[in-house]
Design a protein around this ligand. Structure first.
Ligand SMILES: Cc1ncc(COP(=O)(O)O)c(C=O)c1O
Length: 434
């Protein structure tokens, strides 16, 4: 090629959540049985969609209108339905024009950061869901700017750190939070949400709240969406059906815009997000059309409650197994279906290993972990994968300096969950000695 085609650094940011799957698939070919504790797709983990939900999808598939483009913002009846749900809480008030549908939140995330000026920065939690940091830092062509979630305190945000970033970095124009959180499973206390809103108000910032797991909370937690506490601060909430229905293959999510019309700069930004959707015409029609019927179905709430109680059980089994291991910072999760576990600083190094009986598997893994620049937790998860078949994700790939791992809580069988996390706990002890 006459010229370089890609941006400097392109391709260097890898998405470890997916990367490890490639490695696990190679190991599978060598006969290693894999437990997929890495990916947040309930369907892959055996969730069976109830017949009544499938019937709703079939009904929509038989309707001729479903095959057309829809409004750029999304199907009006669905936006009206969502609008009513949000307004009924008594917090932020929206109209159907404050909602824009996307082809999954991945699409929304790309457009929300992609429409910012390069020099305008959004403050992110650390650790955080990689799609946000990659979207924001990819657009800014700079490393993400993050506030700390406290591994030693339930992964709650360090508000002092957050406030200092905002105070001393005038490029920060927005604060992002994920509630309930991926990768930590933490649910933001309402006082913390209020404090973040107050900081945004004081420094004239807007808020991005990823609430894709908003209705998946347990251990007695209550859902507090940002719309409840936002007051007059401009904000964007992100919601979707990938995790809740769950229908990740639908590629269907939406944003709700709060306090449009109060700040000309924010309005211009929201309009530019809408324009980038307009350039694609619209998002996929069929899943949008099913939302009102699915969410108002008489069995929807009990179906969701049954799944949530399962996540609660798996969360507590996982917590009880891992908290016994000295040197691990383990927090009980209260929402979503992930747990982030950090090693105490300095516990992992680049000489630890586990015995691997199969010589081909051993050669493959050693080739990977000995590559220059491999983080100690990546080394750890690859050895765990090869020695046990348990596939987990290194925590350092979630924009954090912490070394550790993230697991999902989607195992359906309690006994299997206990077996997996007892095995993992034993192997961690062995690894730390090695
Ligand atoms: C916090 C968070 N936001 C957004 C997404 C992406 O959702 P979607 O399937 O709608 O693209 C995920 C997926 O795992 C997620 O964990």
């Amino acid at each position: 090629m006459r010229n370089d085609l890609v941006l400097p650094g392109a391709g260097e940011l890898t998405y470890e959540i997916r990367n490890i799957v490639n490695v696990a698939e190679k190991l599978q070919k060598h006969g290693v049985k894999i437990n997929w504790e890495n990916i947040g797709d309930p369907i892959v983990k055996g969730e069976i969609i109830p017949q009544w939900m499938k019937d709703i999808v079939v009904r929509e598939a038989l309707n001729n209108d479903t095959y057309g483009y829809c409004h750029t913002r999304g199907v009006l009846e669905t936006r009206e339905f969502i609008c009513e749900q949000t307004n009924s809480r008594g917090g932020a008030r929206i109209t159907p024009d404050d909602i824009i549908f996307f082809n999954g939140l991945g699409d929304a995330i790309a457009k929300v950061y992609g429409n910012l000026r390069h020099e305008t920065r959004i403050l992110m939690p650390s650790p955080t869901y990689t799609t946000h940091t990659l979207g924001e830092s990819g657009h800014a062509l700079a490393a993400p700017i993050c506030y700390r979630l406290k591994a030693e305190d339930n992964w709650y945000p360090d508000l002092e750190d957050l406030r200092n970033h905002v105070k001393y970095n005038p490029q920060i124009s927005g604060i992002m939070l994920i509630n309930p959180d991926n990768p930590t499973g933490m649910v933001y206390p309402v006082e913390t949400l209020r404090e973040i809103v107050a900081i945004a108000k004081r420094y004239d910032l807007f808020i991005i709240a990823d609430e894709v797991y908003n209705n998946i909370v347990y251990n007695g937690e209550k859902t507090v969406p940002i719309s409840d506490v936002i007051g007059s601060v401009p904000a964007i909430a992100m919601k979707g059906i990938s995790k809740e229905l769950p229908w990740p293959g639908s590629r269907c999510g939406w944003i709700e815009v709060y306090n449009y019309g109060q700040d000309a700069r924010f309005d211009k930004y929201v309009n530019s997000i809408l324009t980038s959707k307009m350039n694609e015409v619209c998002s996929t029609t069929l899943p949008q059309k099913t939302i009102p019927a699915v969410m108002s179905h008489p069995e929807y709430q009990s179906y969701l409650a049954e799944r949530i109680s399962r996540y609660e059980k798996m969360s507590n089994i996982t917590y009880n197994c891992l908290k016994k291991v000295p040197g691990l910072l383990v927090n009980r999760t209260n929402g979503a279906f992930y747990m982030a576990v950090a090693f105490e600083d300095g516990l992992l190094n680049n000489t630890q290993s586990l015995p691997i009986a199969n010589t081909e598997v051993k050669a493959l893994v050693e080739g990977l972990v000995n590559a220059p620049g491999t983080s100690p937790d990546k080394r750890f998860v690859y050895y765990i994968l090869a020695a046990t078949g348990i596939c987990i994700v290194p925590l350092s790939s979630f924009a954090t300096h912490h070394q550790g791992f993230r697991v999902t809580l989607l195992e359906k069988d309690e006994r299997e969950c206990e077996r997996i996390y007892n095995t993992l706990s034993d192997k961690i002890l062995e690894y730390l000695k090695g």
